[in-house]
Structure formats: structure tokens, C-alpha cells
Design a protein around this ligand. Sequence first.
Ligand SMILES: NC(=O)c1ccc[n+]([C@@H]2O[C@H](COP(=O)([O-])OP(=O)(O)OC[C@H]3O[C@@H](n4cnc5c(N)ncnc54)[C@H](O)[C@@H]3O)[C@@H](O)[C@H]2O)c1
Length: 372
Amino acid sequence: MSELENPQDPAFTVHLNGSGGTIKGWVVVDSLYDGLAMGGTRMTTGVTEEEVAGLARDMTQKFTLAGLPIGGAKAGIVSDGSDREETFRTFGRTVKPLLFGGIHLGIDMGVTPADRAVFFDEAGYDPRYRLGAPDMPVDWRTYYEPLIDCTGHGVGVAAVTALEASGRTGPARVVVQGFGAVGRAVARFLEERGHTVVGVADVQGTISAERLPVAELVAITDEFGRIDRTRLPQDVTVSGGPDAWLDVDADLLVLAAQKYALGAENAHRLRARLVVEGANLASSAEAKEKVRAAGATLVPGVIANIGGAASAALAVTRVVPFDLAADARKAWVFDWVGDRVRQNTRDLLEIAAAGAGDPLPELLTARRKDRR
Ligand SMILES: NC(=O)c1ccc[n+]([C@@H]2O[C@H](COP(=O)([O-])OP(=O)(O)OC[C@H]3O[C@@H](n4cnc5c(N)ncnc54)[C@H](O)[C@@H]3O)[C@@H](O)[C@H]2O)c1
């Protein structure tokens, strides 16, 4: 078993021009572990090679921190999503040798499970079967789709662990920026554990109250994470101001929307003492520095939001016990993710307490040694 993780450059980058059609994009394989790597496919009009490389590096870090025997990769397609059937058929033909060569590509922003089914189909790729690995007894969607809340579960575990480590015993006031698959699951997780959601934000703005009823908000939210403003509960405040979620008085801020939501230009408005990243690259390096300088704590996405990636990696590497019945298998995956997130959060905070600067590189070095 060998790990070819280069601290500087990706293992390799493939420029996609298309096969039997035209597309523009990249697959960046940041690292390989025993010839395997995986990551999602992002499709936006503005995606760049640099962005894909950053996300692939994030995947390497997530798997290293979680101790999963697989490297990090990511794909990006530059498209507005019109003519998506043709785009994903072309993508499937183009990345076929990668899929069969141990580079598993899943979904990310702008790509749906239906799109994934199209490119898997076009490539003739079925992750149930891989040379040298036991067959998966269930198909991919049957395994993966019940695990939709797994990322939110892990983000919630990171938040609760960090709140406990800060000595808090009572309920925390929570703001969740982004009310999509991740944001909704985190809000439910924290409310179920006695915390109070005082603010949520979607792309249209921020909704706040002394206590927001999470289930009621979930019921009026569409599949894109947009909350219907015509059906809001009573006594809530609605603000369309820029990044108004930063102005809500809270103990905990969960970032579960777009990348660089917290940046150099708005980090000074942060009121919460704890920030947990549910999204990838949710805060810029400058923002992280400002948060640290202000004495607040930030748990990065590579620790907190591994749920979706880890669920997929556990299946690709056949670590998950497939002999368990569906409910027990789901509980096993959630517990596995929760345990890793809890341990990494505790260890990160311990390193942070012992010295100044970013504690993540030291934790990564320790986990790399554990994995060899
Ligand atoms: N779904 C997963 O398992 C998973 C895993 C790891 C990381 N992520 C990342 O986490 C983030 C959220 O994922 P998701 O699956 O919940 O996405 P989603 O598309 O379901 O929801 C995104 C939410 O963010 C909101 N939003 C978008 N731009 C915003 C803005 N400028 N201000 C406030 N809110 C804004 C949207 O309205 C929506 O409520 C994404 O960046 C995604 O790449 C997701």
C-alpha cells in the first residue's frame, strides 16, 4: 500500500475537451492511495482548474483526517447546465478510462443524482464492481441516497463537540447560513439536542427570531434550499441585507452555503465565538486568520463536513459492512462519521489550545503518520 501524496502538486490533472462531443473541464487527482482516488463533479459557469484543484486537495485532507484508504480527486465542468443530458453523456465517454482506472467521480454543486446516473450509464461504469475488490451487494443509489443527512450529522457532531470543549453546558444560540441539504440537517440535529436556532439564511436573505421552528421552516423550503417568504411563521424578522446572517447575535455560526461566505471583507462582523464549516472552502485563509485573531474558534470543513464524501469512500473501499440490513448499515455509517469528526474536532482544539497559528497542518501531519 503506498500513498503518493505530494504536498505541492496534484498527482495528475486531466484537461477535458470531450469525446464524441465537446465539453470544457478538468479532473484533478490530488493524491492516490493504492491506485484509488475519489471526489465529486462540480458544474458551474465559472468553475476553474484552480478551484477544482483546491477542492481535490480538500478531499485528500478529508480522507487523510478520517483515515480512509483512498486519495482525493475532483472534477469540474464549465457549463450553465443547458443541454445537460448531452453534456453528461460526453462527460461519461471522456472520463470512462478514469472511472475504470480507480478514479470514482460523484456529485457536487450543480450536478444531481440523475446526472450521475447519465454519466455512469454512458461510461458503462457501475461502482458495485471493481477488479480486485468484492462486489457491492446493493446498487449505488440504494446505498447512498438514505445517507443524504450524513454531512449535516457530522457538522452537527463537530459543533456539539466544540461547544462542549468550550465548557458550555446550556443551549447555544445558532445561526445556519445556507438551508439546503446540509443546513437543514444541521439545524434539525442541533435543535434535537436542545440548542436554539435563532437565524437561518438562504440565497434570498436572512430570517431570524428568538427561536425559529426548524420543522416549520423545512416544510416551506424547496429542493434548492429556498425558503418560501409568503408562508413564514409569525414573529420572524426578515432581512435582505448583505450577509445579514453575520449580524444575528449567536454563539455558533454554521456555514453551509457558498464558498468564501466568510472573507476578509466581512469577517470583522462575526459575533459568534464558534464557526463550523459545513460547506467546502466556506471561509478564506484571511477570514480564518481574522477569526483566530479575534479569539474565536473555527472548525474547518475538512474535519466537519466529511459525511457525504466518507459515506461514498466507505463503499468504494468496501470498508462498510454490507451484510448489515439497510437501517443498521445507515446507523453504522453515521456512527463511523460521528466518531471520526468528534475525534478530529477534539484533537484540533487541543492543538489550537497549545499554540498560536493554524492547528490544521499539525493535525494533518499526525494523521498522515497514522495512515502509513
Ligand atoms: N451535500 C453534501 O453532502 C455536501 C458535503 C460536503 C460539502 N457540501 C457543500 O456544502 C454546501 C451546501 O451544500 P448543500 O448540499 O446543502 O447545497 P444546497 O444547494 O442544497 O443548498 C445551498 C443553500 O445555500 C443557500 N445559499 C446559496 N448562496 C447563498 C448566499 N450567498 N447566502 C446565503 N445562502 C446562500 C441556498 O439558498 C441554499 O439554501 C455546498 O457548498 C456544498 O458543496 C455539501
